[in-house]
Design a binder for this molecule. Structure first.
Ligand code: ATP
Length: 305
């Protein structure tokens, strides 16, 4: 069953179609990634879901009912532009946010302290927000987003400004929320992180949904003819091979698309024959980044079968 259904959603600012006839579904109990580069339309889509903007056209259903202003109260929302009262203490800030959402008392207090412990911020509970680093302020804002225990959590670029250790912490908590049966939508341009946690996703580019579906389906659909390698040596000779369709350099790895599935073995043989030291050879591996680059180039609308 779908928690959220977005159909034919559009929003224009002047001459910019920020969201262009977007259709996607967010299943119950899932972590859903809205993925795309800067300016693709992610924030606008999330703001439409939250009724911060009114759409030009289209429909958004939450558990079968069209969303209205009350829907926003049942959601935990981490906005893209972070904003906390600088002079307030950490604990007061958290309790204030929970109270705005109608939650107060001992239970909330103890949940707040639990989260502070999880994020290694327990010792800072009486510090003023302005005395915390940017990353720590962001962690506080994340805790404030989920402290009232919402069923539906919307996070706009939750990883930006966090170091890898804190990204990992955030990921663990998001996974815990999923285990509790919550629905989580987050936007990101960081495909590597998205890939490690989403169940379902929609890729957006120039306001259009260019790909959507479950991560597993999408990967199996796109991976058939793909090889990801890490190597030492020169592979430029591959460019003249008729069975090699495309070579994409991703820095740490290189993605090679062959014409037919069985060509992957031919590829490995050729690499070895040409004295390339292959340290990793993953046939049928494709990253979201690769899929995105390919689709964004074509700018065509696709749907996982
Ligand atoms: P980013 O990751 O950079 O935040 P995004 O994917 O969230 O990007 P949006 O912020 O939704 O993208 O922006 C989509 C397009 O709509 C951009 O071209 C942006 O300039 C434009 N846009 C967004 N909000 C407004 C607004 N309030 N007024 C005018 N144009 C806007």
């Amino acid at each position: 069953m779908n928690a959220l259904e977005v159909s034919n959603l559009s929003k224009t600012f002047g001459s910019v179609k920020a969201v262009d006839e977007a259709n996607f579904e967010v299943p119950e109990g899932s972590i859903f990634g809205l993925i795309g580069r800067n300016g693709a339309g992610k924030t606008t889509t999330l703001r439409l879901i939250l009724s911060i903007y009114l759409p030009d056209s289209g429909k958004i259903l939450f558990r079968g009912k069209e969303i209205d202003n009350t829907f926003r109260d049942s959601v935990g929302y981490l906005p893209e532009e972070r904003g906390l009262y600088k002079k307030m203490t950490v604990m007061d800030t958290l309790l204030f946010f929970a109270e705005v959402k109608g939650k107060s008392g001992k239970a909330v207090q103890s949940r707040a302290l639990d989260y502070l412990r999880k994020f290694n911020l327990y010792d800072r509970r009486n510090s003023k927000i302005e005395d915390l680093s940017k990353g720590n302020q962001q962690k506080i804002q994340f805790i404030a987003t989920i402290l009232h225990d919402p069923d539906f959590i919307i996070l706009d670029e939750p990883f930006s400004g966090l170091d890898p250790i804190n990204i990992d912490l955030l990921r663990q908590i998001i996974l815990e929320k999923k285990e509790e049966g919550k629905v989580i939508i987050f936007s990101t341009h960081l495909m590597d992180y998205a890939e490690k946690m989403v169940d379902h996703l929609a890729m957006i580019d120039h306001g259009k949904i260019i790909l959507k579906g479950s991560l597993a389906e999408i990967k199996s659909k796109y991976s058939q003819r793909n090889v990801s390698i890490t190597f030492d040596g020169d592979i430029s000779f591959l460019r003249n091979q008729p069975f090699v369709e495309k070579i994409t350099d991703f820095g740490n790895t290189t993605g090679i698309r062959v014409k037919e599935r069985r060509d992957t073995q031919k590829l490995l043989k050729l690499l070895v024959e040409n004295n390339v030291t292959v340290t990793q050879f993953n046939a049928n591996e494709i990253s979201l980044q690769e899929i995105f680059v390919e689709l964004a180039e074509d700018d065509k609308t696709e749907e996982a079968a």
